[in-house]
Ligand binder design. Structure first.
Ligand code: GLU
Length: 480
């Protein structure tokens, strides 16, 4: 079988992480099986469409490295790949379905439907369309269609019996037809609903495997009834469990959870995000945690999918990112770090290469860089208690002595390189009878005003430059 999979987002704004995971698994499954991966834009619900969202989808797919073989902006033999451009295809299929008895025209007014809905609500029943228009005489239907009466086309779900389908993860799923509603397939504006378009398009695009969220699990029996009415073979279904924020809540942008774009903007590496997302619901069944996209393409399989909801743990993602960041070749890291350094530091004044060297193995996420280095631009306020450190055996009194002693040492360094600074400081310490930490710890704090900094006293003194380092040393000393 020639595997063909599709990712079918609706352009409602951004690529949320659950969507990215569906896209990733769909892509990986196609690649692993030498198949074709398709992007289809599902934009028939025009009220929900957000301007610019389609372009965002293309950009996100590119950023994630999920290249599609067929799609709106790349073409392919099964296009068009945007549902509103396929509108001419749906109506004839719905009419065919009417002929086959799987659907019917419905002329019910909004008032009638609203009334029936209110009635059901009053009785505490769940609303279902009562098949009123299925019972209209054929002549009346034809007359009203010819007269141009407003109408929709509904699915004709059998009143009795069972409907089901097979899911790779959930096995055979079956429901009583009596629980299913006669959904609208073609709306009054002539556009299909998702319920219809997904079936027609998956068939016409020869999709063999459909992966999507479990929110579609309960509708899938109805879709299978449509396949049966058409006499088509349904695709294999893989419904993926939801991605949760915690034990009780779904991951959702509405509650401030980040989208894929947000993560990239925050300075997460796409490789880290992809690696992390891949493991949200799939396991290689080994202890291995690190996978590049090409490696995932080699080993992704449906057997490794997990049926229980996975929890999106931001700390875990940050840990992945830290690991990826640490392993980045230096030049790449420098390029990525430079714009973040520039937010708080003047490149004419600071040695960005050296700062990046210090940050390369210490950065969790790029957006943390400004707060890690802004002390270089401006000395922060700090409390003298910062000098107290038990293990280093320092306190403000020790600091006072250490700084007084370091001042002439630093002043004596003329070329202001790290080597000279280091040599001068290390040469002096043994003569004072103090421990190295008792000097270096206070000196670093006196120069940075912070308990933790990328780099130690020597690196910071070098980065600040002679004048600024001596100025800070003096200011901190006189504060003691
Ligand atoms: N357009 C649907 C969505 O964005 C896709 C569902 C499917 O993959 O069939 O949720």
């Amino acid at each position: 079988m020639q595997v063909r999979t599709r990712f079918a987002p609706s352009p409602t704004g951004y690529l949320h992480l659950g969507g990215l995971r569906t896209a990733l698994y769909t892509y990986l499954f196609a690649r692993r099986n030498g198949g074709t991966f398709i992007l289809r834009i599902e934009d028939t619900d025009q009220e929900r469409e957000v301007p610019g969202a389609v372009e965002k989808i293309y950009a996100s797919m590119r950023a994630a490295g999920l290249t599609y073989d067929e799609g709106p902006d790349v073409g392919g033999g099964y296009g068009p790949y945007v549902q509103t451009q396929r509108r001419h295809l749906y109506l004839p299929h719905a009419e065919e379905l009417v002929k086959r008895g799987g659907a019917y025209y419905c002329f019910c007014t909004k008032e009638r439907l609203d009334e029936a809905r209110a009635e059901a609500e009053k009785k505490g029943e769940s609303y279902k369309y009562d098949k009123h228009c299925l019972r209209l005489p054929k002549e009346e239907v034809e007359r009203r269609l010819a007269a141009g009466d407003m109408h929709v086309i509904r699915q004709n779900v059998p009143p009795t019996g069972r409907a089901g389908f097979d899911d790779v993860l959930y096995g055979h799923v079956e429901v009583d037809c009596s629980t299913l509603d006669d959904n609208v397939l073609i709306k009054a504006d002539g556009l299909p609903t998702y319920n219809f378009a997904n079936v027609v398009d998956d068939h016409l695009m020869a999709i063999t495997h459909v992966m999507r969220g479990t929110e579609y699990l309960s509708s899938a029996p109805k879709y299978n009834l449509l396949y049966e009415s058409f006499g088509w073979t349904p695709p294999m279904y893989v419904h993926l469990p939801v991605v949760m924020r915690d034990a009780t809540r779904k991951l959702s942008k509405r509650y401030g959870d980040p989208s894929f774009e947000d993560l990239l903007e925050m300075g997460y590496l796409k490789e880290a995000v992809i690696n992390f997302i891949a493991l949200l619901g799939w396991s290689p069944r080994s202890e291995r945690e690190f996978f590049t996209l090409p490696e995932l393409e080699e080993c992704f399989d449906l057997e490794g999918l997990n049926k229980s909801p996975s929890i999106f743990d931001m700390n875990k993602l940050t840990w992945f990112n830290f690991e990826y960041m640490r392993k980045l070749p230096f030049e790449e890291f420098l390029t990525l770090a430079t714009p973040w350094l520039s937010k708080v530091l003047d490149p004419a004044k600071f040695d960005f290469r050296r700062i990046a060297e210090l940050l390369n193995t210490r950065t969790e996420v790029l957006n943390r860089i400004p707060e890690m280095v802004d002390f270089l631009a401006e000395m922060p306020e700090f409390d003298n208690e910062l000098y107290t450190h038990k293990k280093m055996k320092t306190d403000p009194a020790v600091a006072k002595a250490a700084l007084a002693m370091m001042r002439p040492v630093l002043e004596g360094v003329s070329d202001w390189t790290e080597e000279s600074l280091h040599a001068a400081i290390m040469e002096r310490i043994p003569e004072t009878g103090m421990k190295t930490g008792q000097v270096l710890w206070p000196l670093r704090i006196a120069l940075s005003g912070k308990a933790s900094t990328p780099g130690g006293a020597v690196e910071i003194a070098y980065l600040l430059g002679r004048d600024e380092a001596l100025r800070r040393l003096e200011a901190s000393r006189s504060k003691l």
